[in-house]
Structures are given as structure tokens and as C-alpha cells.
Design a binder for this molecule. Structure first.
Ligand code: COA
Length: 164
């Protein structure tokens, strides 16, 4: 199935299906509703948010052989490192290797730009996601606390691009 998935990096907003990306984010992150505290920021995503992010960051799209966008990941340039966020795959086809392909494409992109690490945040409750990122070479590198909380609410994970 993954052999028919294309990963592309659109260069102009006219080539970005923003409404479909919002749809994927809302569907993919819905499972977290009763799990994470505080709620995920993905729940409030809008087309206009993705539009300003597109002007600043790099978007990777996963597209199936019918031309349907089925996944996305975003990379922000944060100096010597890159920050990966909004990784999401249409829940109807999760587990088919698309998330893995998106992460690898994003890491390749960052490596070619001489970034030292790809960093990301993952909520402490999401043990399966932590396992997924570990399987992609990320390790826990720190902890974080959301405003108003007195406990660790997310892990900072990082993949060292200089060793892979
Ligand atoms: C996390 C996510 C992006 C993974 O994408 P995917 O296409 O389903 O994952 P893949 O098929 O590429 O899986 C790659 C490997 O990770 C494993 N894996 C994927 N998701 C997993 C999960 N939630 N728990 C445990 N293992 C998982 C797969 O079994 C596979 O293992 P294998 O290589 O041994 O076969 C996707 O499930 C998703 O959109 N989740 C909701 C949004 C989200 O939580 N994003 C991350 C925010 S931190």
C-alpha cells in the first residue's frame, strides 16, 4: 500500500488543500479527546492558521494514487535544529507506513539543510506515540509543563541527525 503513496513538498499555497489538511488533523487527533490534559491545540486548527504556518514553515504531504491527500507533517526551522509538528494520517488508513514515510522525509529534509536534530513534543499520556517516535530514532530529551499545570504534561523528544 505504501508503494502508491507519494510524499511531496508544495511550494505555493495554491497547491495546498488546506481544508483537507484541517479535516485530517481533526480526525487524526480526535482519539486524544478523553486522554490528554490540556486538550490538544490541533482541535482548534483552522485554514487561516495553516495558511500562516505555510508561509513560515515546510509542509510535507502524503498523497495516494487517486491524488487524495492522506497525511501531513510540518517542519519549522528553529536555528541549528528543526521542529516537527502536526504529524497526522487519515485514521481510515493508519498503520500503512505513511506516518513513518512522512517522518523520514522530514528528517531527510532537515539533514540536507545541515540541521543537527529534529525535535518534537509529545504528550505524556500518549505512550503509543512515544513508542512510534522511539522506533523512528527519537529519544526523550527533556520535559515540559503547560501553563497552569504543576506536573509534566509533555516530553521533548529529539532525533540526532548527525549519527543516523
Ligand atoms: C502517529 C501516526 C502519525 C502514525 O502514522 P501511521 O501511518 O499510522 O504509522 P505507520 O504505519 O507509519 O507506523 C509505523 C510503525 O509505528 C507503529 N505505530 C504507528 N502508530 C502507532 C501507535 N499509535 N502505537 C504503536 N505503534 C504505532 C506501526 O505499527 C509501525 O510499526 P512497524 O514499522 O513495526 O510496522 C498516526 O497514527 C496518527 O495520525 N495519529 C494521530 C495523530 C497523532 O497522534 N500525531 C502525533 C502527535 S505527537
Amino acid at each position: 500500500m505504501t508503494s502508491s503513496i507519494q510524499i511531496t513538498v508544495p511550494q505555493v499555497p495554491e497547491n495546498v488543500p488546506f481544508e483537507r489538511l484541517v479535516e485530517i488533523l481533526l480526525a487524526a487527533f480526535a482519539f486524544q479527546d478523553d486522554i490528554v490534559d490540556p486538550p490538544s491545540s490541533a482541535k482548534s486548527v483552522t485554514v487561516s492558521e495553516l495558511q500562516w504556518r505555510f508561509a513560515r514553515d515546510t509542509l510535507f504531504l502524503a498523497t495516494d494514487d487517486h491524488g487524495m491527500v492522506v497525511g501531513q507533517v510540518w517542519i519549522e526551522d528553529v536555528g541549528k535544529d528543526a521542529y516537527l509538528y502536526k504529524l497526522s494520517v487519515d485514521p481510515a488508513i493508519k498503520g500503512a507506513g505513511i506516518g513513518k514515510s512522512l517522518v523520514e522525509a522530514a528528517c531527510d529534509f532537515a539533514r540536507k539543510r545541515d540541521k543537527e536534530k529534529v525535535r518534537l513534543h509529545v504528550r505524556v499520556e500518549l505512550v503509543d506515540n512515544i513508542a512510534f517516535f522511539r522506533s523512528r530514532g527519537f529519544e526523550i530529551a527533556g520535559e515540559g509543563v503547560h501553563d497552569g499545570y504543576d506536573r509534566t504534561t509533555f516530553w521533548k523528544m529529539a532525533r540526532d541527525l548527525t549519527v543516523s
